[in-house]
Design a protein around this ligand. Structure first.
Ligand code: SME
Length: 151
């Protein structure tokens, strides 16, 4: 089982600048290295209305842009609620960037009540993410928000 409280302390120590670009690059590299059974981890940024732009990531080249009306990432941006999908094949709206992806966890990143972006995690295993993974990853996102200047 992944020790998310240890990962949160390690991520807190790793993010030693306030720069959001640097911290988002470091955060997704750290998660990819530390969390097993992932094939894609990355940020999409909310830089123009109703659209997500691809940010720093680890994994295969990915879909860009993603409108708020589409996919699991769009649903997270629209609802501002974490989306946990056990089997992406069962979701008609899923955007398949990497055919290997079977399950997905998408966490909205809020800064001062504004949607700054989302963190997207894909796994090649169906049902990879449970409630503990969701809570643990949400805690890692809180560390990223606290350590970064998000405009
Ligand atoms: N599967 C996502 C698109 C992003 S990729 O997984 C990197 C979605 O349905 O929104």
């Amino acid at each position: 089982m992944t020790d998310y409280s240890l990962l949160a302390r390690q991520l807190d120590a790793l993010l030693d600048t306030r720069d959001a670009l640097t911290n988002s690059a470091q955060a997704c590299a750290f998660i990819m290295q530390q969390v097993p059974d992932l094939n894609w981890v990355g940020f999409y940024l909310h830089r123009e209305p109703q659209v997500l732009s691809l940010g720093p990531f680890q994994g295969q080249p990915a879909c860009h842009p993603i409108p708020f009306g589409k996919g699991v990432c769009g649903a997270a941006a629209r609802t501002r609620e974490t989306q946990r999908v056990e089997d992406v094949h069962a979701i008609a709206d899923h955007i398949a960037c990497d055919a290997a992806s079977r399950s997905e966890l998408v966490i909205p990143i809020m800064a001062n009540d504004r949607l700054w972006g989302i963190l997207d995690l894909d796994s090649p295993s169906a049902g990879r993410f449970d409630a503990d993974d969701q809570a643990g990853m949400e805690a890692l996102v809180r560390v990223f928000v606290e350590r970064s200047d998000l405009d």
